[in-house]
Structure formats: structure tokens, C-alpha cells
Unconditional design. Structure first.
Length: 405
């Protein structure tokens, strides 16, 4: 037992306690919001019906799954952070095929969630819980693309190398787009662009890429997008055209946020406005209704603090691979935060992107912690471990520094 507590103590001395605490605080706030949603009269039927009550609060299946996902995610993050990220990235040839293979399986055995339009879920045998392989694909892509960028080195801006990088990025984007999961595909675009920009790809290539996208939009709209995908964008541009069907979510989400005003309606009074998927895509609106503007501000500040801390760790990385891993996670969290909040305040169409650490979703939460584990690994294994190493890092020009103690 003494060894166990000693190992725990050593871990918390070495790890980035601030990032870990911020993530735990975000999950705690998210679980509170999820508990609040379960009290709504619109959440008392079907898969969201209460299973039992604790202290007067209804507990449903999604709440139990989310608590389990948080606990498993934390354990996974701690385990991964203790492994040198160089050893993890060296196993890309195992990680990538598993992630891609699971994605391919969704085309044959995929299930939908009842609210989504795409069959992007695999049901875990025996427990009946769904897993979304595209979430794991994000982590696999960040790992493999970090290595690819690092190996490119000074030849990064060579045309052939850029084409190979673009093909690398298009593989996960294409796999997700074929499922009809617009939101996740857009997140992959953010990750790809952020990592390419950080690596030092010249600005002119981004301009060329943007020009090609603009030219391709009419073809994409005509021959690629399905009718329900087009409807999402049309309702976003003209929400009043269908307020009782596709526009219902955003209209009611905006009403919920507005009804909270500065300090919110409180737990007892919230949940009176009907809003499908309030526990997933629209958890931000629940925060606005229950805790008002101040509640949403706290939520945003927590996520901003996590993003800033990841950027700080990126700057501390001992090599480019570690830095790119952090940038990939930064881009993932930034993209999902921007898109999700944009959906809630009618600045983005509803495309099914969860709010990191807050939205209900076992796959999303647990795999986010896998990414956080990678970031913590960069932090732990980039820090100087001895007194001499710390002094050498601070005074790199000196060949020998005596310990004054």
C-alpha cells in the first residue's frame, strides 16, 4: 500500500496538475448539467427515462454511461501519460489500422442513435452500449499526422510532400464524410489546417487550397450532399422557413439561453422548454437557461483555460512530434467548442458536434481523455528530470554547473 501511495505521489509531482484539474472541473460541470437535463419532463420517456432516483434527482442511462466514461477516461489518461509519447507514436502502424478498420465496420454493421442521420455507431456486444469509431479516428490521425509532419522536416513545402500530406488528411475526412457525419468531417478539416499551419506550410498553399474549395462548392452541393444535409444549411440561413421541424432545435436553444438572463432560472425552474438532444449538442443552452450568462461565461472560461494550457505544453515539448500532438488536441477542442456553441447561438448550422467534456457521449468523453493523456505525456517526458538537467535547460551555454547546495 505504501508503494501504491508513493507511486501516486510521484505521478502528481511529475504531471501537469493544472491541466488535469481543469479537465476534471469541466467534467464535473458537465455532469451537473447532465443531471439537470434528466429532471426535465421531456426526458422522462424512452431511452432517457429515469432508472432510479438519488436525493430526489432522477438518474437515467445516459447519466450512468457518462460517469463511467469519465472514470475510464481519467484512468486511461493517467496510464497513457506515464508512457513516453515517442513509444506511443512508434506504434502508429498498429493504432491507425485499428481506427480505420473500426470505421470501415460502420459501413456494414453501423447503427444510428435515433437522433442522428448517419449510422456511425458500433454496438459493444454484451453491454449494448454504442461506440463511435470516428472519435478514436481523431486521436489516430493526430498521432500519424504528427509523425508525417515531423518526418517532412525541411522538405515540408515541396509540392510532392504537400500532396502526400493532403492525401493523408483526406483519408479520415473521406471516411467520415461517407457516413454523412458533416460535423466530425469539419473537425478533421480544422485539425488538418491547424497542424499544417503550425508546421510551417507557406501561406500561398493555403490560398490555393481555399480557392479550390470555393470552386468545388457548387459541385459538392449538387453531387455529394444529400437532401437532409442541404436542409440543415437552408434552415440555418432561413430559420423562419421551418420553425416547427428542422428549425425547432436552434429556435428553442436560443429561447433557453435568453430565458436564463444574467444568473439563470435555477435548477428547479429549468427544463420547461422542449429541446431534442439537449443533453448532447445543446448542453450549452442548458447552462444558459439554468445558470444564465454567468454560467455560460464560466463554461467558456474553463475551455479557454484548457486550450491555453495545451498551447503552453506544446511550447515546452522536447521535439516537433510532441508539439504537433498538442496542436492536434488543441485544434480538436477548439473546433468542437466553436462549432457547438455556434450551433447553440445560431451562428452555425446543426451538424451534430458535441461540446468537449460537457456534452453527454461516452465515446467523445473517453477518447478526449486519450488525447489529454497524450498531452500529459508530452509534458511529463519533456521536463528535465534532474537538477543538472534543469540548470542546463536554463543556461544552455554552460557545460558544467555545480550544485550550490
Amino acid at each position: 500500500m505504501k508503494k501504491v501511495f508513493g507511486a501516486i505521489g510521484n505521478y502528481f509531482r511529475e504531471t501537469d496538475k493544472l491541466l488535469l484539474i481543469l479537465c476534471l472541473f469541466a467534467c464535473g460541470y458537465g455532469l451537473l448539467l447532465l443531471l439537470i437535463t434528466s429532471q426535465s419532463p421531456f426526458m422522462q420517456s424512452g431511452s432517457t427515462a429515469a432508472l432510479f432516483k438519488i436525493a430526489g434527482f432522477s438518474i437515467n442511462r445516459k447519466m450512468i454511461v457518462q460517469v463511467g466514461a469519465v472514470l475510464l477516461g481519467i484512468i486511461a489518461a493517467i496510464i497513457i501519460s506515464n508512457i513516453d509519447y515517442e513509444a506511443i507514436t512508434a506504434c502508429w502502424w498498429i493504432i491507425a489500422p485499428i481506427a480505420v478498420g473500426l470505421m470501415v465496420m460502420t459501413y456494414f454493421f453501423g447503427q444510428d442513435t435515433g437522433a442522428a442521420d448517419d449510422k456511425a455507431w458500433l454496438i459493444i456486444p454484451g453491454i449494448g452500449i454504442g461506440f463511435q469509431p470516428s472519435e478514436l479516428l481523431k486521436i489516430a490521425f493526430i498521432i500519424t499526422f504528427s509523425l508525417h509532419l515531423s518526418h517532412s522536416g525541411e522538405h515540408l513545402n515541396d509540392p510532392l510532400n504537400l500532396v502526400l500530406l493532403a492525401v493523408h488528411g483526406m483519408i479520415p475526412m473521406g471516411l467520415v464524410a461517407l457516413q454523412g457525419d458533416d460535423g466530425t468531417a469539419l473537425v478533421f478539416v480544422f485539425i488538418f489546417l491547424a497542424m499544417m499551419f503550425t508546421a510551417g506550410v507557406k501561406l500561398r498553399y493555403f490560398v490555393v487550397g481555399l480557392s479550390l474549395i470555393v470552386v468545388a462548392i457548387p459541385l459538392f452541393w449538387t453531387y455529394v450532399l444529400k437532401d437532409f444535409q442541404k436542409d440543415r444549411f437552408m434552415i440555418f440561413l432561413h430559420p423562419e422557413s421551418d420553425p416547427l421541424n428542422l428549425g425547432l432545435q436552434q429556435n428553442n436553444a436560443r429561447m433557453m439561453i435568453g430565458s436564463g438572463q444574467l444568473t439563470g432560472k435555477g435548477i428547479a425552474e429549468s427544463g420547461s422548454i422542449k429541446l431534442p438532444e439537449r443533453e448532447n449538442d445543446f448542453i450549452f443552452s442548458v447552462a444558459g437557461e439554468t445558470f444564465g450568462f454567468l454560467g455560460t461565461l464560466v463554461l467558456i472560461l474553463i475551455l479557454v483555460a484548457i486550450l491555453l494550457r495545451i498551447m503552453r505544453i506544446s511550447s515546452m515539448a522536447k521535439d516537433s512530434v510532441g508539439s504537433y500532438l498538442c496542436i492536434g488536441m488543441f485544434a480538436t477542442l477548439m473546433a468542437q467548442t466553436f462549432i457547438n456553441i455556434g450551433m447553440n447561438i445560431c451562428l452555425m448550422p446543426v451538424i451534430g458536434v458535441t461540446l468537449p467534456f460537457f456534452s453527454a457521449g461516452g465515446s467523445s468523453t473517453s477518447t478526449l481523455f486519450l488525447g489529454i493523456g497524450l498531452v500529459l505525456s508530452v509534458y511529463i517526458h519533456s521536463r528535465p528530470k534532474t537538477y543538472q538537467e534543469k540548470l542546463h535547460k536554463r543556461y544552455p551555454g554552460r557545460t558544467q554547473i555545480k550544485n550550490p547546495i
